[in-house]
Design a protein around this ligand. Structure first.
Ligand code: NAD
Length: 343
């Protein structure tokens, strides 16, 4: 049975990966998560009690705990998603970003390397350390062009700089120590169970509560959007068939201006859950001072993973957004619970 140690499995993308790995793939999964404000065991109700699922509450910076997890669980794959992930929080206070994203990744790499060195040759050939990263490491694009795997790193925010550092460390552990590392850089994800501080769930939950919909600047910034389950399928392709030392960009070919997304959310909500005031939700849109260092545009060229690994996204942006909105309408209790959780 494939044994995967997944970090950050109680978060948005991690919990989607854990559900897929445990329920659909039948992998033996150890989920290592500190349960910060962003980690929530409610996201994992579907796998609770399964005998191919284990949970360990621990900080990835805790070297003794990480080494024990590697030595006892003996993973074939380490899929590393644990991170501080919200750009706005990294602007207010970067300390936990440096600690978790940089020091935590270093700690995991060291522990994974010790584990790897103790494996026999066949197990070493199959082992992968998958560094799950973001397209934000590439910095900002102008109106034209796409990020490829060759694009130079040029991060703008403390968040993206900390992720870039982690990617560099992961590649260094491959080049220097021979650890079989794969790196993936993905565009913005959306879908169920995303903490309601990120654009799409924030807009949906604020609208449903009749609160203002804060849009940075004039909402002209462009992001490329991917449904979370498509990202998860890409992660599985990469860790199972990706070549050690390689990087794979993952994206949705769905570039949208922030303001267009917010308007689309409003119009779908007008149809699915009309406001009791009878007014359109778009009246709640309020433009606020732009985020400092706000990258203008991200767009991913994902032909490498399509061509070399045969991955294709299954969800269109319009169908994925509608599904997501339906999920948030049906799960407002989840939003209240995660927001009320203390760090
Ligand atoms: P998230 O914030 O929803 O979840 C992060 C998880 O990591 C939480 O469960 C949290 O408890 C856990 N965690 C944080 N610090 C930890 C620590 N020190 N030790 C152990 N666990 C810790 O994040 P997400 O949106 O699911 O993103 C997951 C990964 O994917 C991150 O590495 C992120 O950089 C990357 N990524 C995210 C996106 C996106 O759009 N959300 C896009 C590309 C890449």
């Amino acid at each position: 049975m494939t044994r995967a140690l997944i970090t950050g499995g109680a978060g948005f993308i991690g919990s989607s990966l854990v559900r897929h790995a445990v329920l659909d793939l039948g992998w033996q999964v150890l989920n290592v998560d500190k349960l910060t404000y962003a980690g929530n065991l409610e996201n994992l109700k579907a796998v609770e009690g399964r005998n191919n699922y284990q949970f360990m509450q621990a900080d990835i910076c805790d070297r003794a705990a990480m080494q024990a997890a590697m030595d006892e669980f003996k993973p074939k794959y380490v899929i590393h998603l644990a991170a501080e992930s919200h750009v706005d929080r990294s602007i207010k206070d970067a300390a936990s970003f440096i600690q978790t994203n940089v020091v935590g990744t270093y700690t995991l790499l060291e522990c994974a390397l010790n584990h790897y060195r103790a494996l026999d040759a066949e197990a070493q050939a199959a082992f992968r350390f998958h560094m799950v990263s973001t397209d934000e490491v590439y910095g900002s694009l102008g109106a034209e062009g796409l990020f490829t795997e060759e694009t130079a790193y040029d991060p703008s925010s403390p968040y993206s700089a900390s992720k870039a550092s982690a990617d560099h460390l992961a590649r260094a552990w491959h080049r220097t120590h021979g650890l079989p590392v794969v790196v993936s850089n993905c565009s913005n994800n959306y879908g169920p169970y995303q903490y309601p501080e990120k654009l799409i769930p924030l807009m949906i939950s604020n609208a449903l509560a009749g609160k203002p919909l804060p849009v940075y600047g004039r909402g002209e910034n462009i992001r490329d959007w991917l449904y979370v389950e498509d990202h998860v399928r890409a992660l599985v392709k990469i860790v199972t068939t990706g070549k050690a030392g390689e990087t794979y960009n993952v994206g949705g070919r769905a570039e949208r201006k922030n303001i267009d997304i917010v308007r689309l959310i409003c119009s779908i909500l007008d149809e699915l859950a009309p406001a009791s005031s009878g007014k359109p939700y778009s009246e709640l849109i309020s433009f606020v001072t732009d985020r400092p260092g706000h990258d203008f545009r991200y767009a991913i060229d994902c032909t490498k993973i399509e061509r070399e690994l045969g991955w294709k996204q299954a969800e269109s942006f319009d169908s994925g957004l509608r599904k997501t909105i339906e999920w948030y309408i049906g799960n407002q209790g989840w939003c209240d619970a995660v927001r009320n959780k203390k760090r």
